[in-house]
Design a protein around this ligand. Structure first.
Ligand code: ZN
Length: 154
């Protein structure tokens, strides 16, 4: 389904005769998957019940996830709040998963989830998406600077 292009109204800064500055701007819609700004807010952003709509298909980062969900995959965004729930889901498939530890600012902290063991293991960092495919494969979709997908087989 083709999605209409959004308008991108730039902010306008005006200064009156007394030197007071004012900024006029249009509200922007952020992707509900990753937070990237998509353009001006418009009627597509709220449904008939007043709920915010899913606009991830408009987002270059998140469109691949929407396509995977359409194909029957389950997806989870890895966050500090979701890590326990996702770990449980992976355990149900008989795959070992545990927190991934890294040194950040000379402190050893959990920065994501390690899925599987050995050289085929996957590492998902907070903010990445974890995908379970209908055939039982697990993959990680990175939406940050290093975009792409890696996978582990059972
Ligand atoms: Zn997005």
């Amino acid at each position: 389904m083709a999605v209409a292009e959004r308008t991108h109204t730039p902010d306008v800064i005006t200064v009156d005769d007394d030197g007071h500055q004012a900024t006029t701007f249009s509200l922007k819609r952020a992707c509900n998957g990753c937070g990237q700004l998509l353009g001006d807010l418009d009627e597509r952003d709220v449904d008939q019940h007043g709920n915010t709509t899913d606009v991830r298909a408009e987002c270059g980062n998140c469109r691949p996830l929407v396509e995977l969900e359409t194909a029957g995959c389950r997806t989870w965004r890895l966050t500090r709040r979701s890590i326990g729930r996702i770990d449980d889901e992976i355990d149900k498939d008989g795959i070992y998963a545990k927190g991934y530890w890294e040194t950040v600012d000379s402190k050893l902290i959990v920065t994501g989830l390690r899925i599987g063991t050995g050289p085929d293991r996957l590492v998902a960092r907070f903010g990445d998406w974890i995908i379970r495919h209908p055939d039982g494969r697990w993959t990680v979709h990175t939406t940050g600077a290093e975009q792409g997908e890696t996978e582990v087989r059972r």
